[in-house]
Design a binder for this molecule. Sequence first.
Ligand SMILES: [Zn+2]
Length: 350
Amino acid sequence: MFDENPNAAYGHSHRGKREEGRRSSNITVVPSFRLPPSGLSNMPANRIEVTTDESKAMFTVDVEEWFHILDSPAAPPIEKWNSLQSRVESRLEMILGMLDECSIKATFFWLGWLAQQHKSMVLRCREAGHEIASHSYAHVLAYDVGRERFFQDIDRAKKLLEDITGDEIAGFRAPGFGITGRTAWAFDVIKEVGYQYDSSIFPSKRGHGGIPGAPLGSYLIETQAGLLPEIPMSMVEILGRRINLFGGGYLRISPQWLIRWGVKNLRASGQPLVIYVHPREIDPNHPRLPLSPLRRFKSYVNLKSTMPKLQWLGKSQSFCLMRDFVFADGKDLSKTLPIRKSTFCYRDAA
Ligand SMILES: [Zn+2]
């Protein structure tokens, strides 16, 4: 609902990569459960002791620019991205400062295209002890580009981020949480490419994504290539509807008392808290795209409230990396979470 990007964005200039993707799609099937890569396990340990799964919170950042708005004719195509003002670094500095102040280790889902332009910033996030994960290369929607191009795009992003960091990239989040009931194959692809967990499911109605009937809390999705740990967005029920209060426009629009109630409610339901934010959401003065009135409201409402809310939430919760949530030593959830067939997708598509 609140995420973003160009329609026609990706395509024509990546034929070489397409070939590469086709080749590897035949052979790259990753074993179900691998421990975190050794390069990553050398990172400083999270300072916060977490005792139960319900007590865990995860702070996540979808790293992209102010113009990465999805599903709008006003959003610029990828060919124009290089000519637009970049504002991401100053905002990331602010986020890194806030995380440091609150002693939080976070998971950064980098857009591959952006990581390519800001390699030193990727490394700065990594060196500060945060996790680098993937948000696709060109901010593509699975249902727009189809299986083959989705494979090529997210495979390209993984390899590129691995080249930059020297680490294996474990986590993936689809742009706009854009996996819907009609694209359950996307989970097969995410697993085939070699990601070790996914955080793409928004288990409620949403503008360009969302699977309203998907299970809440974490689980393993049964894909054609093996089991894929899923950490969906956190939901609370208000008047019979699943609502998210902890990221994007939902976080910006909700008053603090409602978010506080939401966290308590979430804990009672046994779901971990997942917070998500985009750098542009702490940038009240970023340039505006000529969006429709509704999209303008969703994208730009209450931008000034984001950082104070994040600081407050950051100080009130205990956080861990998403990768550690799934694979932490001694409590490897990838072996104990309940298994769900991806038929919850088909049910929603009907
Ligand atoms: Zn995004």
